[in-house]
Design a protein. Structure first.
Length: 161
């Protein structure tokens, strides 16, 4: 055979050998087919345990009942029932033992994440009750007038004046 054919051939074979050797070192021992089907069970077995050990940050409102029973009952009976406490107060992992208080966010932007009116094509409207930030009671925090745990109610502060 001609040199110009053999040279790339040897190069290709050499490359293959390098890859096979590198594979021996780089592929983890527990990588392979674990289970019956090839489609979903071709993975690293240790990965399953790693995800089980992954620390959960959001605990769900069931975990708040013990200490904030009133708040949970109020939220459950409100139009905000579908929203998790931690959507507004952040992940509760470690609270109250390591993290004494969870953040309380009163900024307008916090509510506007969901309630900002958006431009839809064909003048369609969102089904979620929405307001225009630029015209709706500007420069005041929403919670001065709306109770976050039950937005149907008026907060005591506003009633006072
Ligand atoms: C074992 C009891 C316990 C559990 C469970 C618990 N909390 Fe608390 N939480 C407390 C205590 C104690 C405080 C500090 C005293 C206070 O202001 O009520 C606190 C404070 C807070 C505060 C700040 C209140 C403030 O005035 O600054 C928020 C917000 C809060 N918790 C939300 C939650 C949420 C959401 C959950 C569930 C994911 C939760 N907590 C679970 C006991 C608990
Ligand atoms: C829609 C956002 C939102 C959700 C959902 C929400 N909170 Fe709050 N929370 C707030 C805001 C805003 C304040 C501050 C209210 C104020 O200053 O009038 C607050 C205040 C608090 C406080 C301290 C002040 C107080 O009113 O006693 C606690 C404790 C608390 N929330 C717990 C909870 C728990 C428990 C849940 C779930 C059952 C929850 N929150 C769900 C937004 C929310
Ligand atoms: C994660 C999304 C989300 C966030 C954040 C949120 N809301 Fe809501 N809000 C909703 C949904 C969903 C409804 C109920 C829609 C329905 O059932 O018609 C609602 C309903 C309301 C209503 C109408 C209540 C009624 O009379 O029916 C008001 C007012 C309101 N929210 C105020 C607030 C305020 C103030 C905040 C900030 C503290 C806030 N929302 C944060 C999703 C959100
Ligand atoms: C000064 C008091 C005040 C402030 C501040 C305020 N609102 Fe309102 N909001 C009202 C009043 C009053 C209404 C009208 C209630 C009605 O018509 O039943 C209303 C209506 C709404 C509605 C429509 C409820 C429905 O049933 O369709 C939403 C949503 C809402 N506000 C969200 C917000 C958000 C989000 C903020 C902060 C960005 C905010 N509001 C700030 C007083 C206030």
């Amino acid at each position: 055979m001609k040199w110009h054919v053999l040279r790339p051939l040897w190069l290709a074979i050499g490359l293959l050998v390098v890859i096979l050797i590198a594979r021996q070192f780089l592929v983890p021992d527990d990588f392979g087919v674990h289970g019956e089907s090839f489609t979903y069970n071709f993975h690293r077995l240790g990965n399953v345990q790693e995800w089980k050990d992954f620390p959960v940050k959001h605990l769900g409102r069931e975990s708040c009942v013990e200490c904030h029973e009133e708040k949970v009952a109020m939220l459950d009976a409100s139009p905000h029932a579908a929203i998790e406490c931690e959507n507004c107060h952040g992940p509760a992992v470690g609270h109250p033992d390591d993290v004494e208080l969870l953040p309380i966010e009163r900024a307008r932007e916090h509510c506007l994440r969901c309630h900002q009116s958006l431009e839809y094509p064909n003048n369609a409207r969102s089904e979620l009750p929405n307001i225009r930030n630029s015209t709706h009671k500007r420069r005041r925090e929403c919670v001065v007038c709306h109770v976050p745990h039950d937005p149907r109610e008026k907060p005591a502060r506003e009633k006072r004046g």
